[in-house]
Design a protein around this ligand. Structure first.
Ligand SMILES: [Zn+2]
Ligand SMILES: [Zn+2]
Length: 199
């Protein structure tokens, strides 16, 4: 898409914003090595429930934190400053909506494109690029359960459990773009820990 883009919700012009996504890994020569080495050290030297920090685990954190930062994905996406809606275009769809490296889940980009192509439900909004009505889809995901969502679970277990969830979005298959009503929905689907399990 070139030039000025109007927010599908009718707020006015959207803006390209550069964002670093700490929950999405991207390959970076140094960042990825730091991230993985740090993670391995932390896992090896952390005793669950001991409350004490082994020097190896602390060293791991010193590698992990900058590694996490430098190996995270940076994309430039259209955002609406008023409704916080987000548009993902082809390149960002491919970068942000991936499967997991172990192949246990479906590729989210592929799933979303196929769902848009077969969707019969129209969005209430027009595509900001071609002006036709967008399609509406609901994407089933599993994501990590946060401790506050289930206060009875101990943290260590809560981290390991997942929660079934759904993300609603609109899109135009001809223009290969996705429209999220707000940034929260986009982040929920994009983060690496949100997956579409294989059935
Ligand atoms: Zn808007
Ligand atoms: Zn379109």
């Amino acid at each position: 898409m070139g030039g000025e883009v109007q927010c599908p919700a009718g707020c006015g012009l959207m803006e390209y914003k550069k964002k670093r996504n700490l929950k999405i890994r991207a390959w970076d020569p140094i960042g990825s090595v730091f991230y993985l080495a740090g993670l391995i050290l932390i896992v090896n030297y952390t005793e669950v429930g001991s409350g004490e920090y082994h020097p190896g685990a602390i060293f791991g954190m010193l590698l992990f934190i900058p590694g996490l930062y430098f190996s995270s994905l940076v994309t430039t996406d259209l955002s609406c400053g008023t409704c916080t809606g987000v548009i993902l275009e082809s390149k960002s769809i491919d970068l942000k909506l991936k499967g997991d490296p172990l192949g246990l889940s479906l590729n989210k980009a592929k799933y979303v494109r196929e769902a848009l192509a077969s969707s019969t439900e129209h969005s209430e909004h027009d595509c900001p690029d071609c002006g036709n009505k967008m399609s509406h889809i609901i994407v089933p995901i599993e994501r990590e359960r946060r401790a506050y969502e289930d206060p009875l679970l101990p943290d260590a277990i809560a981290d390991l459990t997942t929660k079934s969830d759904r993300v609603k979005l609109d899109g135009c298959k001809e223009c290969d773009l996705l429209w999220f009503k707000n940034a929260k929905r986009e982040r929920k689907l994009s983060m690496d820990t949100a997956i579409i399990p294989k059935t």
